[in-house]
Design a protein around this ligand. Structure first.
Ligand code: FAD
Length: 501
């Protein structure tokens, strides 16, 4: 019996079917399984369910007779129907659950991961080489740049610096309400999307599945061709502006100069190597400035890659980390993406973006959504699950380090040196979201008290002992002593409870 090769729904680009070390063979038959149980298990954003099914079905249509595409209740059932007891190969899946499943089946040989820059063993050797020293993303990033000869000349970083980060932290430009860069690529739906929409409607009507968020025209690439067009348009027309305003937020311009490429990378439609190479080529051709190109390369070769590696390196217990002992359940308005129930303009605006598109850029994720969850003491595992379900680019591997570590500080600082949360002053400085808000970032008690400002002090107070030992937090913690209205603030936050702010 000849082997067949199994493609998961996030292994859709040509780099997952191109033979390398004989896997898969040039003509190896392929198997894809659309397992309905995945959609039943969690209440995903409707746009995410649509995107993933659309991308899988588009890939199956491209592969034609070479693939057996089975719609089944579970992976096991689908595999039985598609391959029987035939031996299979698969590239290393992206979640522990999927890896556990393929290993338990007995008939599947797991090959190396594709779609990332660094093999697991190399990362492990690098990380183990640190002994008890802290792992730092910045060190990892330098190591990847050297190893992959990215933005390097004669062994040194081009421009004489590794990092142009301090050039990329600018507040939004003065009086403009949009950044004014050319719009990102938008795909056009086709008959496969019609079919997906028909199926989702049907399953939802039958009560088999249920979603959050709004349906709408598909905004993210579902095919390699669309993903390449999106990459091309970004590099040609939008990359130059990526640098300075990467951390800024504008109410009327949620995308600004961000690439919108995360879902394509995470579906495997794009390979990270081609994304960073194209950005570097743009700089070498004088088509984009170094600070923008370096910033983009750092996001992919630094952050994305680091997060992927840490997911495996930190082990299964990482998802249960909860050093701050945050136990509160997520309130209904947040679970339902009820943006209209929210008065705080920043949170309401960002929740509406998530409700309508399943996407928002990294600062709203970190400093608006995640920061609110942290300040309210919500259970980090439930927050992780919420991000996983509500974002078009959310997968287990990318959620755990980003949410448990980066956003909720539930790992006590293995991923970051301090909790990422702030008062309203930060939001005010980095966005236009405080203008026209019912609250004032400078006020911490009373009717106009900004929920972020008050929430920040209440958070510091709650974790005073733990944070006082953190060199980056002891100054703000000492600031608590200067607050004459701390008791009133704490009572106010207690009263606010789970109400939408
Ligand atoms: P750009 O700003 O254009 O960045 C370019 C690329 O860099 C992204 O496409 C992405 O592939 C990569 N990248 C940058 N930072 C990260 C990171 N921290 N982790 C992984 N990739 C990164 N990213 C996801 O892909 N899926 C998620 O579910 C996800 N959840 C997040 C949750 C929180 C709380 C935070 C703080 C960040 C999360 N990120 C996630 C990282 C980042 O916010 C998104 O990758 C980015 O906003 C996607 O938009 P973009 O493609 O326009 O990114």
């Amino acid at each position: 019996m000849t082997d067949a090769h199994w493609l998961f729904g996030d292994q859709l680009g040509p780099h997952f079917t191109a033979p390398r070390d004989g896997v898969p063979g040039r003509d190896t038959p392929l198997v894809m399984i659309e397992a309905r149980s995945v959609l039943r298990r969690r209440r995903f954003h409707r746009a995410k369910a649509h995107l993933v099914l659309s991308a899988m079905r588009h890939r199956a249509a491209e592969l034609g007779d070479r693939v057996t595409y089975v719609q089944a209740e579970t992976y096991r059932e689908g595999l039985r129907r598609a391959a029987g007891s035939r031996p299979l190969t698969v590239h290393h899946p992206t979640s522990r659950a999927a890896l556990g499943l393929v290993r338990s089946l007995g008939q599947v040989t797991v090959g190396p991961a594709r779609g990332f820059l660094v093999p697991h063993e190399e990362f492990r050797a690098w990380a183990d080489g640190h002994g008890t020293r802290r792992l730092r993303q910045e060190d990892f990033y330098h190591w990847v740049r050297r190893g992959h000869d990215l933005l390097m000349e004669d062994g040194q970083p081009v421009g004489g610096r590794w990092n142009f980060d301090h050039d990329t932290r600018e507040p939004p430009p003065g009086d403009a309400d949009v950044l004014g860069v050319p719009a990102p690529y938008r795909p056009r739906e086709d008959e496969i999307d019609d079919e997906v929409r028909y199926d989702l409607d049907r399953w939802e009507r039958a009560g088999e599945v249920s979603f959050v968020g709004r349906d709408g025209p598909r905004r993210f690439p579902a095919t390699r061709r669309e993903a390449l067009a999106a990459l091309r348009r970004f590099v040609r027309h939008r990359l130059s502006a990526f640098g300075p305003y990467e951390d800024a937020m504008l109410a009327a311009d949620p995308v600004m100069s961000h690439s919108l490429l995360s879902s394509s990378l995470n579906l495997g439609l794009l390979d990270p190597d081609e994304c960073v190479r194209r950005a570097e080529e743009a700089w070498r051709a004088d088509e984009a400035p170094l600070n923008a190109v370096e910033g983009f390369v750092r996001q992919i070769a630094g952050w994305r890659e680091y997060v992927w590696q840490l997911y495996w390196y930190f082990g299964e217990s990482y998802r249960r980390e909860n050093v701050l002992d945050h136990r509160a359940e997520l309130p209904g308005w947040f679970l339902e993406l009820d943006a209209d129930a929210v008065t705080a303009r920043c949170l309401g605006t960002v929740m509406a973006q998530v409700r309508d598109t399943g996407w928002t850029h990294h600062i709203p994720r970190l400093m608006i959504l995640g920061s609110h969850a942290l300040q309210r003491g919500w259970d980090p595992a439930a927050v992780t699950d919420w991000f996983h379900r509500c974002f078009v680019d959310g997968y287990d591997w990318v959620m755990l380090p980003n949410v448990v570590g980066m956003s909720q500080y539930a790992d006590g600082g293995r991923m970051t040196t301090k909790p990422y949360t702030s008062g309203g002053a930060y939001v005010h400085r980095m966005s236009d979201l405080c203008g026209g808000c019912a609250y004032r970032p400078t006020e911490r008690t009373g009717d106009r008290a900004c929920p972020y400002t008050a929430g920040y002090w209440a958070f510091l107070h709650r974790h005073r002992e733990l944070l006082a030992h953190n060199p980056r937090m002891n100054r703000p913690v000492r600031g608590l002593d200067r607050l004459r209205d701390l008791d009133a603030l704490l009572r106010q936050e207690e009263r606010r409870g789970d109400e939408p702010p």
